[in-house]
Design a protein around this ligand. Structure first.
Ligand SMILES: *[C@@H]1O[C@H](CO)[C@@H](O)[C@H](O)[C@H]1NC(C)=O
Ligand SMILES: *[C@@H]1O[C@H](CO)[C@@H](O)[C@H](O)[C@H]1NC(C)=O
Ligand SMILES: *[C@@H]1O[C@H](CO)[C@@H](O)[C@H](O)[C@H]1NC(C)=O
Ligand SMILES: *[C@@H]1O[C@H](CO)[C@@H](O)[C@H](O)[C@H]1NC(C)=O
Ligand SMILES: *[C@@H]1O[C@H](CO)[C@@H](O)[C@H](O)[C@H]1NC(C)=O
Ligand SMILES: *[C@@H]1O[C@H](CO)[C@@H](O)[C@H](O)[C@H]1NC(C)=O
Ligand SMILES: *[C@@H]1O[C@H](CO)[C@@H](O)[C@H](O)[C@H]1NC(C)=O
Ligand SMILES: *[C@@H]1O[C@H](CO)[C@@H](O)[C@H](O)[C@H]1NC(C)=O
Length: 630
């Protein structure tokens, strides 16, 4: 991913006088170990269709107003949604398939996934249920929709009966990756063996390689890209997607557990159904597999446009719902919640440091009642789990609505910032004067608008530099800014609800990482545990910097951003260090990485330091990290 261009930057540096930074070796404030992390909700099909490993769309008719779309007949078949023949505890409708009179060869159904199915060399696991009198072969295949070529296929001997569903499970071997993403999953019967009548296909599932080989796990390729961000926490499951368009439509923890066919799914807040195949246990496994500290967001009475539960007695059952969720996650096995968890394979309680009450309750007229609703949740949660760090979703930086003046000690506030580049830079010092008794997280931020007011489609170089300037601002204050995450993390290109996103996916190219992705990765992968004072011969702007150290001064990091159209020379003094690695990302101001084109990437070089002095050139519009271990 990174090229080694030894000496390039050092060479350019020797000509100009430039800025001088002298990093103090001693003292410094502690930096939060959670500073760089991940925010996730299912938006732009980031869950169903992208990160969640199940690849078939509309597999259980989840959501509202659902039709047979995008299922299609293969051969001489008739297919329809059968609401009367259901599967699972959630009573999912199934697909009724009948051979048309005179059908010959094979007949069945196809599914195009979410804008195609990415087919790579390897094994695809597929599972399905069948009901109806049929004894004979069923063929499941992955087929290219353009040229009908079969990419992989498996035959299953089926003895299906009418009146009950039988489950089948097989693997489709693929020996060569498809040339594009326009691929279908097909399931076909042999017309010669089929007697008259209808066959019902229930809850079909298709998985490619999953992260850490988890059954019902994350798409390996997408998850690897998440893992490489090197974050330290995961805030989930929302975001707006937790809130519901009505009270009953909120994200309900206990409906995301158990066998996938038993989960009802729900109509998500971003205009499409959620299968909830990526459920609470899968979120916890994600945290475990990537060593991320969970920041669990809980519903706190506010919906998006569908009303609110007033604080007091009416809210009590919902507070209890959260307490049940926490007992499920944190209770020992003597509690009913803990027993339920153990029955799903997790004997020991999960490790959860943070719980956030609500999401953006300063919006949707939730502000007035938020202080009282927050107090009701806080009192219940804190009394039972005093070790949890509780987060309020309002903060003065988000506007005045719902800001709580007398927060209990230890409560964090969640700042969300979606700004044009100039305003991120304008907020560089936003946390310099944050009272140390009022810690915050920056739960969501990203440059969403260009400086001319137009919407940012894909993260731009100038946007990424401005995010870096803002991040340098909060890293300088990371004793009080405890955690921060860019949002949203992920989109399925072409199924977008929001822009820009940290990275995206399509079924032909796989993942494409944005410039902002690389900046996040650079910052998260070069963390100090102490922030050091820096003596400079000029003020901030256009160059911004922060210095930190890890391992008791073993390694020093200097993060720098050049928010300007001219190259800048910087002399960095790091006493005692003689060699450093410099990582730089830069491009034209409005450059972006478009789907399938990772044009802009960080470049790594080695820099020699004469008596602790490192000469660095920051190109126009650039972000750089100097890491000195020797
Ligand atoms: C199945 O039920 C859903 C929701 O109740 C309805 O929207 C749909 O029209 C029904 N479809 C059929 C084929 O009966
Ligand atoms: C479902 O259909 C009803 C009736 O047409 C409509 O009012 C509602 O907006 C639809 N809901 C969704 C999520 O499409
Ligand atoms: C089988 O069906 C195809 C259409 O799907 C038709 O073209 C063909 O003539 C049929 N063959 C027989 C033997 O009926
Ligand atoms: C299906 O088979 C795979 C591979 O053998 C296995 O990991 C998985 O648990 C099976 N699933 C079911 C539901 O039987
Ligand atoms: C989930 O919990 C609620 C109570 O909060 C209960 O009414 C509902 O039946 C539960 N659902 C499932 C699937 O267990
Ligand atoms: C700082 O951010 C706020 C939004 O929280 C924005 O309104 C303001 O313009 C920014 N300040 C500067 C100086 O850009
Ligand atoms: C991830 O970040 C940690 C802390 O900064 C660092 O030690 C580690 O090398 C990083 N991993 C990668 C693969 O960059
Ligand atoms: C440490 O925090 C204090 C505010 O409590 C601040 O004045 C000081 O500049 C910080 N030191 C460093 C090295 O950032």
């Amino acid at each position: 991913m990174v090229r080694h261009l030894a000496g390039l930057f050092a060479l350019a540096a020797s000509t100009a006088a430039g800025l001088e930074l002298k990093v103090s070796q001693s003292g410094g404030n502690a930096s939060s170990p959670y500073l760089y992390g991940i925010m996730f909700e299912d938006i732009s099909h980031s869950g169903d269709g992208t990160l969640y490993g199940q690849l078939l769309q509309n597999n259980g008719f989840q959501g509202v107003n659902v039709s047979i779309d995008p299922w299609k007949a293969v051969g001489q078949a008739q297919v329809r949604q059968d609401n009367a023949t259901t599967i699972g505890k959630a009573n999912h409708p199934t697909i009724a398939i009948s051979a048309q009179g005179g059908a010959n060869g094979s007949f069945g159904v196809s599914n195009p996934g979410y804008k195609g199915i990415r087919v790579l060399e390897g094994d695809y696991n597929t599972q399905f249920w069948l009901q109806g009198a049929y004894s004979g072969p069923v063929t499941v295949s992955l087929v290219n929709a353009n040229d009908q070529s079969v990419l992989g296929s498996a035959k299953v001997d089926v003895k299906s009966e009418s009146g009950s569903f039988t489950q089948y499970n097989t693997s489709i071997p693929v020996s060569k990756s498809a040339s594009d993403g326009n691929n279908l999953w097909t399931l076909t019967f042999d017309a010669a063996t089929a007697s008259d009548g209808t066959l019902n296909l229930g809850f079909p599932l298709l998985y490619g390689e999953t992260f850490k080989q988890r059954p019902n796990g994350l798409n390996a390729e997408v998850a690897e890209t998440v893992n490489a961000l090197n974050g330290s926490f995961l805030r989930f499951p929302g975001g707006n997607n937790i809130e519901g368009s009505s009270i009953d439509n909120r994200w309900k923890w206990n409906e995301t557990l158990g066998p996938v066919q038993d989960r009802p799914g729900r109509q998500g807040n971003w205009g499409y159904p959620n299968t909830d195949g990526l459920g609470l246990i899968e979120y916890m496994e994600w945290c475990i597999d990537m060593d991320l500290a969970p920041v669990l967001d809980v519903w706190a009475g506010l919906t998006i446009g569908g009303g609110m539960v007033e604080p007091g007695a009416a809210l009590e059952p919902y507070v209890q719902e959260t307490m049940d969720e926490l007992e499920f996650l944190l209770g020992d096995s003597s509690t009913p919640g803990g027993q339920y968890r153990a029955s799903l394979g997790y004997q020991s309680p999960f490790d959860i440091p943070f719980v956030e009450v609500g999401n953006e309750d300063f919006l949707n007229n939730g502000g007035d009642s938020y202080p009282a609703r927050f107090k009701q949740y806080y009192d219940a949660i804190h009394a039972k789990y005093p070790q949890l760090q509780i987060i309020a979703t309002t903060a003065k930086q988000n506007g005045p609505a719902g800001v709580i003046d007398d927060l209990p000690e230890g409560v964090l506030q969640d700042v969300h910032q979606y700004l044009p580049p100039d305003q991120f830079v304008g907020n560089f010092s936003a946390f310099d004067h944050q009272p140390r008794s009022q810690p915050v997280i920056v739960g969501e931020y990203g440059s969403t608008t260009n400086n001319d007011g137009s919407t940012t489609d894909y993260p731009t170089m100038i946007g990424a530099v401005s995010e870096a300037v803002y991040a340098i601002g909060f890293e300088r204050n990371s004793d009080v800014v405890r955690a921060a995450a860019f949002a949203p993390m992920l989109e399925h290109f072409g199924l977008r609800d929001w822009s820009p996103n940290l990275f995206g996916y399509d079924t032909t190219n796989g993942v494409t990482r944005s410039i902002s992705y690389f900046v996040q990765q650079m910052f998260a992968s070069n963390r100090g545990d102490k922030i050091h004072a820096v003596e400079a011969d000029a003020g901030f702007g256009p160059v911004y910097w922060v210095a930190s150290s890890a391992g008791g001064g073993q390694t020093f990091f200097v993060k720098m951003a050049n928010y300007g159209a001219s190259e800048q020379s910087v002399k960095v003094q790091l006493e005692g260090k003689t060699a450093a690695q410099l990582t730089v990302i830069s491009a034209e101001e409005m450059e972006s990485n478009l789907p399938g084109q990772e044009k802009v990437k960080p470049v790594v070089s080695e820099v020699q330091g004469e008596v602790g002095k490192f000469e660095v050139t920051l190109p126009a519009w650039s972000v750089a990290v100097l890491a000195a271990a020797k």
